[in-house]
Design a protein around this ligand. Structure first.
Ligand code: FNR
Length: 383
């Protein structure tokens, strides 16, 4: 597709998303909480880091493979969970998952996806992880987990940073409700994006398939904050993690951790892995950037605990820097959803850009083996 030929970077895919989507929807995806300080730091944290390349190394066969949760991935990259993706493209969950699977990369299905757990497992032949927002009702949590395990999802990712919904002022100004209740404003915006509007209307009524059975789930028109406050377990502590741990046989990761002591305590409570994440700057504004929190978390949990980092990854070089700062692999959220505004091919384009950038960066840095990348690659000021 000619349009995609012109997408050379993730930022180009973002520009494509901006041109394709109505403003309210682009801002829901692209924006962050409050003053968007953390959103900005997620980028500047990566941008500040400098590397010391080595030249006297054979880099003719870069090896991007990485092991996590008993699997060897072809590259150190996963898709972070995202709800409401259908706002960007009909059946976006499936398009993103298929593009990831075609490259052997894990796809994390959100609790708030519009594709049901079972439908995703049937449609996709690749590593699948399931993300759980812990609800107040643990029987409901256990039911989702049973469904995910039964469908073959390998890793459970428990998101703990949505104790309350972030204050997303763009969404309030744009009258965004989840599920989307179309207002005159959205219809007007949609008229300037006819391609999107036709696809959206043909795509059928969006439905949060996994939580359909939850009491009150059918209420529409609630703000994101009201839904979260009503449904999610804001009282959760380590005991909640232990309960989920006891009920899940496979690897369990806790997502949304930024404190080193808490990461260590979570591992002691039974977590197999930690996602160092600030939810892409969408929750606590002024939260530390994931890349800045990472080294202390690696030091606290030791060398063997899987650490997935997300929030702000837009370049292959970010993924190399994250490895040098202690990550096992990186995950992308927005990069994938920008791409999906051009369907599965758009996601594929974005993933291939990132993979090419990792390969190219590793060769230029003189680190042909991803696993071997360590803190010595960082310029001394950044170590
Ligand atoms: C998210 N994120 C998210 N996280 C989660 O655990 N469950 C979810 O349902 C969602 N939904 C969601 C929707 C949208 C539109 C976005 C952009 C993000 C957060 C996501 O998993 C991840 O932490 C961030 O997106 C990572 O930051 P980048 O890569 O977007 O900068």
């Amino acid at each position: 597709m000619a349009r995609l030929d012109r997408v050379i970077s993730v930022e180009d895919a973002r520009a494509l998303a901006r041109r394709t989507l109505p403003k309210s929807i682009f801002e829901f995806i692209d924006g962050g909480a409050v003053d968007e300080l953390t959103l900005a730091d997620n980028r500047s944290g990566f941008n500040r880091l400098r590397l010391v390349p080595r030249m006297m190394t054979d880099v003719s066969a870069p090896d991007l493979t990485m092991a996590i949760d008993g699997r060897t991935l072809p590259a150190p990259l996963a898709i972070a969970p995202m709800g409401s993706c259908m706002l960007a493209y009909p059946q976006a969950d499936l398009a993103i998952a298929r593009a990831a699977a075609a490259r052997g990369l894990p796809y994390t299905l959100s609790t708030m996806s519009t594709t049901a757990i079972e439908d995703m497992a049937r449609a996709v032949d690749g590593p699948l992880w399931f993300q759980l927002y812990p609800f107040r009702d643990y029987d409901f949590n256990f039911d989702l987990m049973r469904r995910a395990a039964g469908a073959g999802f390998e890793t459970l990712v428990v998101t703990v940073d949505l104790k309350a919904a972030g204050k997303r002022e763009r969404d309030a100004r744009n009258a965004m409700s989840i599920p989307l209740r179309l207002t005159v404003r959205h219809l007007m915006e949609g008229m300037s994006r006819p391609g999107w509007a036709m696809r959206f209307l043909a795509g059928g009524k969006p439905d949060f398939a996994n939580v359909r059975g939850y009491a009150g789930a059918a209420d529409s028109g609630l703000t994101i904050a009201a839904r979260a406050a009503r449904d999610l377990d804001s009282a959760m502590t380590f005991d909640g993690i232990r309960r989920l741990r006891d009920a899940w046989k496979g690897p369990l990761h806790v997502k949304g951790v930024l404190d080193a002591a808490e990461a260590k305590a979570l591992v002691e409570a039974g977590a197999d892995g930690i996602w160092v994440s600030n939810h892409g700057g969408r929750q606590l504004d002024s939260a530390v950037a994931s890349i800045d929190a990472l080294p202390a978390i690696r030091a606290a949990v030791g060398p063997d605990v899987p650490l997935v980092i997300d929030s702000g990854v837009r370049r292959g070089m970010d993924i190399i820097k994250a490895r040098a700062a202690g990550a096992t692999i990186s995950a992308v959220g927005r990069a994938a959803i920008y791409g999906v505004t051009a369907g599965e091919a758009g996601v594929g384009r974005v993933l291939d850009i990132l993979l090419d950038e990792i390969r190219n960066g590793m060769m230029l840095a003189g680190t042909p083996d991803y696993r071997g990348i360590g803190a010595d690659l960082l310029a001394p000021a950044a170590r």
